[in-house]
Each structure stands twice: as C-alpha cells, then as structure tokens.
Design a protein around this ligand. Sequence first.
Ligand SMILES: [Ca+2]
Ligand SMILES: [Ca+2]
Ligand SMILES: [Ca+2]
Length: 214
Amino acid sequence: MTREWTRRGLLAACGASLAAGAGGGAAETEQCSATIATNALTEDGEPKLEVPSAVGVGIPIHTTCHEGAELEVELRSTSDREIFLYSPTATVGPQGRAVATVDLTEIDVGSPFEVFIFRSDRDSHPQIGELAHAEVVDEPPGEPAAIDGTAPRDPDGDGLYEDLNGNGETDYADVVQFYEHRDDPAVARRVDAYDFDLDGDVDVDDVARVFESV
Ligand SMILES: [Ca+2]
Ligand SMILES: [Ca+2]
Ligand SMILES: [Ca+2]
C-alpha cells in the first residue's frame, strides 16, 4: 500500500474539525494563495479537475507564493466507497507555478475527491487553496473543444492555447475570438488551457495577456 496517511489527514477523513483547533488567525496572516487549473466542469457548472488513474499524475498549481515556497497538497476522497488520502508536496517555481505529483494507480476510476493546498514551510501550516470537485477518470482531457467551429491550438506546447482560432498564428484575430467567447462553456470547461495570467479563472485579464503577447 502506498497510501500516505498523515495524522491531520486521518482526522479530516474522520470528520474532525481542523479549523477549530488550528488556532485561527492563520488565514489573516497568510499572504499568498493557490488555485488549481481545472480541466472540466461538474453537472452544475462548477470547476472540476479530472485526473487519470496512473503513475506520475501531476496536479497543476498556480500560486502567488514566492518561488521556492514549499506546499503540501492533500487529495482526500469524498466517497465512502473508496477512502484514500494522499499528501504529495510541491515547490513553487517560476511564475508561481508548482506541480504536485502523485501515483493514483490504486484508485478506481470514478472516485471523487477534493484537494487542499497548504504552505508547509510555515509554522502555522496555513491552508491557501482548495478545490471541491476532482475525480479519477479513464482518460485525461485531450485537446480543448472547438470554439466557434475551429479547434484552438497551442503552438509552443506550454499547455496554454493562445492560437484560439487554430489557424497556426497567434494574432489579433485570436484576441477577438477569445474576447467574444471567453464565457463559452467550451472555455469554462478548460480553465487550464486559457488561464493565461495563472490566477485560476478565465476572464478579461486573460484576454489582455494574449493581447499583450501579439
Ligand atoms: Ca501556448
Ligand atoms: Ca490564430
Ligand atoms: Ca486567469
């Protein structure tokens, strides 16, 4: 068994209230936050992360923490059918990016879980982010869906799809395409592909980033 239980995780899995015993105040003094770039939506339209049942699954994290900050990422099952908890760590790299890597081969497809992100290099161990909806799936999401009839592309392979109209160039037409369709379900479903300013959502600020880059 490779499941990585921690005392805190066990308490959480048992339903104990962590916030009550955490001494409060941690949230006020914490100065950075973290989000997970989601790649799916729930039936209710809530952001969701889908990951494969595989080795080396990367949980992509975007934070405002300084480079080198240490994070602990907790994946807690939310189903009684299969109970698990993993606590991979991650180090914040350039541009606030971090990736927590975890082995999910023992977890059944269809298992739902939630994700919590903590600063592990601070005594208060504050929670700086969370995601309520995540699920282990058969196949990870592939290319983002077509927008207005054309498939977006990622010319430089960094996971962000700046060629919105998929014509092989990134130019002003892509900015217009993005601006007009920034609220489309196809975009909302793939925050990971369109969150150009890495703050965990897709809005006009992301359109501005693409505009600045053309
Ligand atoms: Ca790109
Ligand atoms: Ca284009
Ligand atoms: Ca954004």
